[in-house]
Design a binder for this molecule. Structure first.
Ligand SMILES: [Zn+2]
Length: 98
C-alpha cells in the first residue's frame, strides 16, 4: 500500500550505518547497503531535487485511472556517494580485495 506521496519525513533512514572516517581522505562517511553491497556515502546529507515520473496510483480493475500523481520535482534529503566526492576515490575502488 502507498501512503500519500510527495512529503517524506526528514528523519534519517533506519538503515544508515554509523559515521566512520574514510580510509582514503579521513572525512566522515557512512555505509549504506546498495545492491546488497556496502556503499560509502558522505555522512552529512545534502538537499537535492529528485525527479519523480508521474504514475497512476489507483485504477479500476479495467485499468481506468482513479487517481494520478503528476510528474514533479521533490526537494529531498540526499546522500551523496562518497565515490563522487572523495579525492582518493580511485585508489579506494581499486583496493577492493585488501
Ligand atoms: Zn574519502
Amino acid at each position: 500500500m502507498q501512503d500519500e506521496a510527495g512529503s517524506k519525513p526528514e528523519s534519517d533512514p533506519p538503515n544508515l550505518g554509523d559515521i566512520v572516517a574514510c580510509r582514503g581522505c579521513g572525512k566522515p562517511i557512512r555505509f549504506i547497503k546498495y545492491n546488497d553491497k556496502p556503499h560509502p556515502v558522505d555522512a552529512m546529507p545534502a538537499r537535492g531535487f529528485v525527479w519523480t515520473e508521474g504514475k497512476i496510483e489507483r485504477a479500476t480493475a479495467t485499468g481506468h485511472p482513479l487517481s494520478c500523481q503528476a510528474s514533479h520535482w521533490t526537494l529531498s534529503k540526499t546522500y551523496i556517494s562518497h565515490f563522487a566526492t572523495c579525492p582518493k576515490a580511485d585508489e579506494f575502488r581499486s583496493r577492493s580485495n585488501d
